[in-house]
Design a protein around this ligand. Structure first.
Ligand code: PEP
Ligand code: MG
Length: 330
C-alpha cells in the first residue's frame, strides 16, 4: 500500500490510451490539505465549508471565511508553484446538518426541506458574505465556486446575480479577485441530472454528488439504517441519472466531475471513466487506487462496458458485468 502510494504520487491518472482525468480529493477543513498533497491528488473537487459554519456559536465573518479559503488556495500548488483547482462549495446546512445558532424550523422531511442553497437564497446576506470571502481568496490561487442542492435554472440565475453584485462591490472597493472565477453546480437531484444540457448553458462546470443523487433518485433516506440495503448507486435508475448528467455536460460543452462517495469506489472506476467523467474527487486515501485503476484501462473497452451495463435491468447483472471487466483488466 505505502509502496503503491509512493509510486503513484507524482503520476497523473492517465489511461493506457492516454486520456487523463483529474484525481482530486474532498476536504472539510484547511487542515486536510496536507493529506491531500501527500496522497498525490492534483486538485480539490469538494471543500465542504459547512464545518466552518458549524464550528462556532455564530456565523463566521467574511474575514474568517476569507482566511480559511485563502490558506487552502495558497497551499494547493504543485512543486513548480502552479495552482491546483480548489472547488469550494457554498454552505450546505439543513438535512442532517444543523447550526446551533440558527433556528431551523422543525420539518417532517428535512432532506426535502429548507436546506443548502434554498436557505442561502432566502437569506442572501449569508450567501453574499460567503461569495465575497471566496472572491477575495480567489486572488491567491485557483478557486472555483460550487452550489449544492440545485433544482432549477432560476436558482442558478439568482446565485449568479448575487455573485455579480459581490464582484461589483469588490471592484468599487478596489479589492482584487479572479475575474474569470468559475461558478458550477452539484448534480444531486434528478431535476438537474436529466436536464444537464440546459444547466450547462447557465454555469461553468458540474460535479455529481452521488450521496444525495442516490438518495433523491431512489427516495431512500441516506441516513436510515432500516433501508440501507436499498441505498444502491448501482441501481439502473441511478446509473441512468449519472450517465445523463455526464452526457448533458458534454453536449453543453462543460466539464463534469464527481465528488460523492461513489467516485472513490474502485469497483466503479472503469464504468465512470467509460461514461466520460472528467475528474474523480474522493477521500484522499482513495486517490492512489483510483489512479491505479485508470492506468490499467482504456477508453474503448470502458465505453463498451458502459454500453453493456446500460442495457441491463438489475443491479445483480450490472455488478457481475463490472466485476468481470475488473477481473480481466485491473
Ligand atoms: C453528495 O451529496 O454526494 C455530496 C458530495 O455532498 P454531501 O455528502 O456533503 O451531501
Ligand atoms: Mg450532498
Amino acid at each position: 500500500e505505502k509502496e503503491l502510494l509512493k509510486q503513484l504520487k507524482d503520476k497523473t491518472a492517465t489511461s493506457k490510451d492516454g486520456i487523463t482525468v483529474g484525481a482530486w480529493a474532498n476536504i472539510g477543513s484547511p487542515k486536510d490539505v496536507a493529506g491531500v498533497l501527500r496522497n498525490g491528488a492534483n486538485g480539490i473537487g469538494l471543500y465542504r465549508t459547512e464545518f466552518l459554519f458549524m464550528a462556532n456559536d455564530r456565523f463566521p465573518t467574511e474575514d474568517e471565511q476569507f482566511e480559511a479559503y485563502k490558506i487552502v488556495a495558497e497551499s494547493m500548488k504543485d512543486e513548480n508553484g502552479k495552482s491546483y483547482p480548489v472547488t469550494i462549495r457554498t454552505m450546505d446546512i439543513g438535512g442532517d446538518k444543523s447550526l446551533p445558532y440558527m433556528e431551523l424550523p422543525h420539518e417532517e422531511n428535512p432532506f426535502l426541506g429548507w436546506r443548502a442553497l434554498r436557505i442561502c437564497l432566502d437569506r442572501p446576506e449569508i450567501l453574499k458574505t460567503q461569495f465575497r470571502a471566496l472572491l477575495r481568496a480567489s486572488a491567491f490561487g485557483y478557486i472555483k465556486i460550487m452550489l449544492p442542492m440545485v433544482i432549477s435554472i432560476e436558482e442558478c440565475r439568482k446565485s449568479k446575480a448575487l455573485l455579480e453584485e459581490c464582484k461589483a462591490e469588490l471592484r468599487a472597493e478596489g479589492i482584487k479577485f479572479d475575474e474569470d472565477i468559475q461558478l458550477g453546480i452539484m448534480i444531486e437531484t434528478p431535476a438537474t441530472a436529466f436536464r444537464a444540457k440546459w444547466f450547462a448553458q447557465e454555469v461553468d462546470f458540474f460535479s455529481i454528488g452521488t450521496n444525495d443523487l442516490t438518495q433523491y433518485t431512489l427516495a431512500v433516506d441516506r441516513g436510515n439504517e432500516r433501508i440501507s440495503h436499498l441505498y444502491d448507486t448501482y441501481n439502473p435508475g441511478v446509473l441512468a441519472a449519472i450517465k445523463a448528467a455526464i452526457d448533458g455536460a458534454h453536449e453543453g460543452g462543460i466539464s463534469i466531475s464527481m465528488c460523492g462517495e461513489f467516485a472513490g469506489e474502485a469497483r466503479a472506476t472503469a464504468l465512470l471513466f467509460g461514461m466520460g467523467l472528467d475528474a474523480f474527487s474522493m477521500s484522499a486515501i482513495s486517490v492512489a487506487k483510483v489512479k491505479k485503476n485508470i492506468m490499467a484501462i482504456d477508453k474503448a473497452s470502458a465505453e463498451a462496458l458502459v454500453e453493456r451495463v446500460m442495457s441491463m435491468s438489475t443491479t445483480e447483472d450490472i455488478l457481475a458485468e463490472i466485476d468481470k471487466y475488473n477481473e480481466e483488466l485491473l
